[in-house]
Design a protein around this ligand. Structure first.
Ligand code: TRP
Length: 336
């Protein structure tokens, strides 16, 4: 195996079939890192439970759908370890041990937690501890690199602080992981807000061509452009934002024609739908093939969990030793 640049861990909460925002915001980068790094990619189902605890019954299907999409965009189980968080129970042990050294005041500063409070919702213990669980996810693989979007930076900073504190208290076990940020294009949804499943403004990778076309036709555009001949403002138009991503060479001309009233929104959207469908077609084809073979997807996750666990078990031995935890039973660690 060629020398790798380092070890990566990243994860996504399983929210079912993934959409263009997930693709551009994370997965493209994940795929492109597979050859350079040793990669662990996790379906963060426990993290999903911090908000989906009332009805976890959809999680199983959501996990399958997410992983099917991951494979369809090119995550390769021969290169990367693809696994479900809850199948590596060692994460929960590390989460517990780390929770002893994390001041609650750090967690109360977490922006996601503060948003939650601001919305008047009553937070649970699990939600407060969300960043500690995320730190455990990363540190248990002694990952040095974490590809994430900007929204995850506070969580990563917390992971680094936890690693430093652990190392200072008990000895050097964890590398301090670095974020690998790349400039992701802004992916707006149908209503112009950030594309998100919770806003119901998203285009899924699994959407059939007609659905893509129909969703694109419903996109907001510049509200001042009512007729084709009205001058438009591409810089505020979500359709144009997608042209920039999916219609590289033609985007500039499209922007100019919109601005001078030569191109109307209907035609502009038709062109976008065509480009999007072109980009999604190979993914859809692979998806259809994976959908025929659900047991292979299960097998990939089982193999991934076993590989992940091997590493996690090794780290936990070091962690327990560093913390001087002792139990006679621990001396007989079951084989992973
Ligand atoms: N919190 C991340 C998100 O919402 C998901 C996640 C869980 C994660 N564990 C992780 C991301 C570890 C990076 C590393 O997208």
């Amino acid at each position: 195996m060629p020398q790798r640049k380092g070890r990566i861990l990243s994860g996504l909460r399983p929210t079912g079939k993934i959409h263009l925002g997930n693709l551009e915001g994370a997965l493209r980068q994940w795929v492109s890192l597979q050859d350079e790094y040793e990669c662990f990619y996790e379906v963060a189902d426990w993290h999903a439970l911090t908000t989906a605890w009332e009805d976890p019954s959809a999680l199983e299907q959501d996990i399958r759908d997410a992983v099917t999409d991951w494979l369809s965009v090119g995550l390769d189980p021969d290169k990367s370890v693809i696994f479900v968080q809850s199948s590596v129970p060692e994460h929960s042990e590390l989460h517990l041990l780390l929770s002893m050294i994390v001041p609650v005041s750090w967690l109360e500063l977490n922006p996601t937690y503060k948003d939650w409070l601001q919305e008047g919702k009553a937070p649970h213990y699990g939600l407060l501890g969300y960043p500690v669980l995320q730190a455990a996810d990363i540190l248990i693989y002694r990952a040095d690199t974490v590809p994430v979007g900007k929204d995850q930076l506070p969580h990563l900073e917390m992971t680094r602080e936890i690693a430093r504190r652990f190392n200072r208290l008990y000895g050097n076990v964890f590398p301090e992981p670095q974020a690998l940020l790349s400039e992701f294009p802004y992916v707006p949804g149908m209503d112009g807000r950030k594309m998100s499943k919770s806003y119901h403004n998203h285009i899924q990778l699994a959407d059939p061509p007609q659905t893509v076309q129909q969703k694109v036709s419903q996109f907001f555009t510049d509200p001042h452009k009512l007729r084709r001949t009205d001058p438009g403002r591409p810089e505020i138009c979500p359709v144009f934002a997608l042209h920039k991503i999916y219609n590289g060479t033609e985007a500039q001309g499209i922007g100019e024609d919109c601005r001078i009233g030569k191109l109307g929104c209907v035609a502009c959207k038709e062109r976008l739908a065509g480009k999007l469908n072109e980009a999604l077609e190979p993914i859809r084809e692979r998806r259809a093939r994976w959908e025929q073979r659900p047991s292979e997807v299960d097998e990939i996750l089982a193999v991934g969990a076993a590989k992940a666990r091997q590493e996690a078990v090794k780290t936990m031995e070091q962690v327990r030793a560093a913390m001087k935890l002792w139990s006679p039973a621990l001396e007989r660690t079951p084989e992973a």
